[in-house]
Design a protein around this ligand. Sequence first.
Ligand SMILES: Nc1ncnc2c1ncn2[C@@H]1O[C@H](COP(=O)(O)OP(=O)(O)O)[C@@H](O)[C@H]1O
Ligand SMILES: [Mg+2]
Length: 291
Amino acid sequence: MKSPKTIATINFKGGVGKTTVTWCLGDVISAFSDSKVLLFDLDAQMSLTQAIALNEDGYSLEARFQKWYEASIERKKTIFDALDKFARPAQHFDFPVGFDFIYQLTDTLHFVPSVEDLYWMELEVFDRDAVKDFIRRLLGKITNSPKLPSYDYVLFDCPPSFTLLSYSVLSCCDLILIPVNPDYFASKGTNLILNSLKMRIEPFPLPQIGVFMNKTKTWGGAPTKESSFYMREVSRVCDNASKAENIRAEFLDSWIPERVGVKRAITSGGVPKELVDPFKKLWNEIVGYLA
Ligand SMILES: Nc1ncnc2c1ncn2[C@@H]1O[C@H](COP(=O)(O)OP(=O)(O)O)[C@@H](O)[C@H]1O
Ligand SMILES: [Mg+2]
């Protein structure tokens, strides 16, 4: 069985678009290619999970998902239960994976939701090194399961902090995707995150890192002067980090414009028309970078 390519979206800053970008990429890849995509919500704040549970009016619950979600909690088939099983010392990782653990949004886009327990778990003391291999082992189970499709891509929406789960994802994923916004914090924040990734993940090899601009301000279809300025700044930070440190951080040419319509991308189930091409472009660049 072939292993999927794994991509983790992170940034320590909240609100830069991690959840939105992860969702839109998953949606565009699964809708416009033959690929099967699995999305993980690893954020205990549960933005993606809640957005999927909500209908477009932002109020009533999507009944099919809600019913499935409650059953998965009841049967102890959530990501928290998986981690709980994994972290018990001296026990076999006994956690069969199937469609009671993975929710089918469409034929080609599948989803593992978050649960509130993840938040409390971070406060209990799990040994960091005991958790490190969790995602790798879980992905192994998913890849080898005869009940599940063979996924081409697995995307992780990570929390805005270094949690045990993000540590586990970052030490095994193929690409770390970092969205930044065109503001004063873009280059400072990129510098900070590149340095801390290096410190946190070593001695394991660092995955490739792709930084790109989300919420780019545009004028006549091109980035404004101001947005272009921040792009150059971040690009310089990536170049310097790649030269000075032993990491491969690239500032991607593709950028996602700021468009209010993106707010409905998750709840009404689709990336707005005007953003499909930018996300396809970003996607193609990522595939090239991973190859
Ligand atoms: N390209 C974009 N254009 C306009 N608004 C955006 C864009 N990307 C994200 N947003 C908005 O920014 C806010 C934060 O996005 P979110 O994905 O929740 O960030 P994060 O997961 O990093 O905290 C949301 O209201 C979202 O709709
Ligand atoms: Mg988020």
